[in-house]
Write a protein that binds this ligand. Structure first.
Ligand code: CA
Ligand code: CA
Ligand code: CA
Length: 248
């Protein structure tokens, strides 16, 4: 009996320790206010692009109460990090490092940067370009669609000459820091799920820690929509399920 009590006690300790560790390892990358000005925050960018009056609510930016859009911040680090399956993964289930399994449509919605910008992804074969981004602030061009169903990838932003690539996976970056933070947009009147990726293009830690970066994550902002499965594919799937049921 005694040994069982000891074992149970140990197990409870292990469970408690695991929970503490798991909570401690979920984290979001720190955002610094733009410096030097003009002081344009993520809230300002959302209001410019989507309209409405967003309010800061913890890590999120909300305007949905009046029928508008909410931007729900995803974790940058989790244990384990998992992969965002674009049609199904919810906040808390995966960090924003790796993405999978959707036909996507991506477009630039914001650029405020000294450097040139292009956006693409890496599914294990090196960089694949989606588009160059030109223009400033909300007056930007650059969009593309690609079928990435069945694939897993990380996003990559680079200069248009291919230099200074920054990945959504910090482990692939020369400074091993996070250069992309992610929100899911809810309340948009459109099909599919939409994510916003805010990108920092300067190397290293913030100036307050002795670095050269402003770490404000507003150099480039990309909107990515996961296009829902085509109706015909859904009908085929339902048809197959009905056939299976009938056979049982
Ligand atoms: Ca506001
Ligand atoms: Ca991130
Ligand atoms: Ca910056």
């Amino acid at each position: 009996m005694r040994s069982r009590t000891v074992l149970c006690g140990r197990f409870a300790c292990m469970v408690t320790a695991f929970c503490v560790v798991a909570n401690a390892q979920a984290s979001m990358t720190e955002l610094f206010p733009p410096s030097p000005g003009p002081l344009v925050t993520h809230e300002d960018i959302l209001e410019t692009v989507y309209g409405g009056d967003f309010q800061v609510s913890g890590p999120d930016l909300l305007s949905g109460a009046g029928g508008g859009v909410d931007a729900i911040r995803f974790d940058d680090s989790l244990a384990p990090n998992n992969v965002i399956s674009m049609l199904s993964t919810q906040k808390g289930d995966a960090s924003d490092r790796f993405w999978s399994d959707a036909e996507i449509s991506a477009k630039a919605i914001w650029r405020r940067a000294i450097f040139t910008q292009q956006f693409g992804f890496d599914r294990g074969n090196g960089f694949e370009l989606l588009f160059d981004v030109n223009g400033d602030n909300e007056n930007v061009t650059g969009s593309a669609s690609v079928d990435l169903r069945g694939e897993t990838w990380n996003w990559v932003r680079r200069d248009q000459d291919g230099t200074r690539p920054w990945s959504s996976d910090p482990g692939m970056n020369p400074d091993f820091l996070d250069h992309m933070v992610t929100y899911e947009l809810t309340g948009l009147e459109r099909e599919g799920r939409t994510f916003l990726i805010f990108i920092e293009d300067l190397y290293g830690v913030h100036t307050s820690a002795g670095g050269i970066s402003d770490r404000d994550f507003d150099d480039l902002v990309i909107e990515v929509t996961a296009i829902p499965e085509p109706a015909s594919a859904m009908l085929l799937a339902f048809g197959a399920m009905a056939l299976l049921r009938r056979r049982r």
